[in-house]
Design a binder for this molecule. Structure first.
Ligand SMILES: [Zn+2]
Length: 251
């Protein structure tokens, strides 16, 4: 990779040495990258205060001697100032960035993931009260789809039947019907780790996946709990990733 001009969202920003920062950034075409911004913590640094988490930037990066790219320019596309004034929105943004960084940790490009992350940051910034558990779960469901792990909700993962979908299997990647569960049809590993997932949770997942992130449906806390477990089980089985809780407990 030679000189690289790219948009990026800052996922993490860590102090390094006397005056530098090391950044984890997420880019549309090159996925997650790490870069050093030399001198960025000196007073009057040309980078100003924009190398902080949640900034969407236009960046100039160069290959250095190490694995780290070097930041040579950074211009703000969106600073998300309003989001930073609200504790719940900040927390939601941090969890969103953490999820992207851990689920898409390679330099493989996923423009859809970049736009999804920009979209959630922009929504949280325009209205910090969007920082709900439902919003966080809708975001994660869309990340699952981007990762190729969309849960199968329209039919039993074992027999394909539609009626009687009562359980979710992370290993099987979707819903399991009552008949397969109770008669021992299909793989034991799917049945064994499956758990009851009700109609409200299924409805939430189907609706959240079919709508833009700006129109997240709501659901009772118990249903959201089932959705969160379905996402966690899917990620654990298929991506070997365990994410932080979707929200800090407030709804
Ligand atoms: Zn079945």
């Amino acid at each position: 990779m030679g000189p690289l001009k790219t948009e990026a969202v800052v996922l993490r920003s860590m102090r390094y040495g006397e005056a530098d920062r090391i950044l984890h950034i997420y880019t549309p075409q090159h996925g997650r990258l790490s870069a050093i911004a030399k001198g960025s913590r000196r007073p009057h640094s040309r980078f100003g205060g924009r190398l902080e988490p949640f900034f969407r930037l236009r960046m100039d990066l160069h290959e250095g001697r190490s694995e780290l790219l070097t930041v040579t320019g950074a211009h703000t596309v969106a600073g998300h100032a309003r989001l930073r004034t609200d504790a719940s929105a900040l927390d939601a943004a941090a969890r969103a960035c953490d999820a992207v960084g851990r689920l898409f940790e390679t330099s493989e490009g996923h423009p859809g993931v970049f736009h999804l992350l920009c979209n959630t940051l922009s929504l949280l910034d325009s209205d910090p009260t969007r920082a709900t558990r439902a919003h966080a779960l809708a975001f994660r469901l869309k990340l699952l789809v981007a990762a190729g792990l969309a849960p199968r909700l329209s039919g039993c993962v074992s027999c394909g039947s539609q009626p009687g979908l009562t359980r979710f299997t992370g290993a099987g990647g979707g819903m399991l019907c009552e008949t397969c569960f109770s008669t021992g049809n299909g793989r034991e590993s799917w049945r064994g780790a499956s758990f009851p997932l009700g109609g409200e949770a299924m409805e939430f997942m189907t609706t959240a996946l079919s709508r833009p992130l700006a129109q997240v449906p709501d659901a009772p806390a118990a249903a959201l709990g089932q959705v969160e477990r379905a996402i966690a089980d899917t990620l654990e089985h298929h991506a070997h990733v365990r994410l932080m809780a979707a929200s800090n407990g407030r709804t």
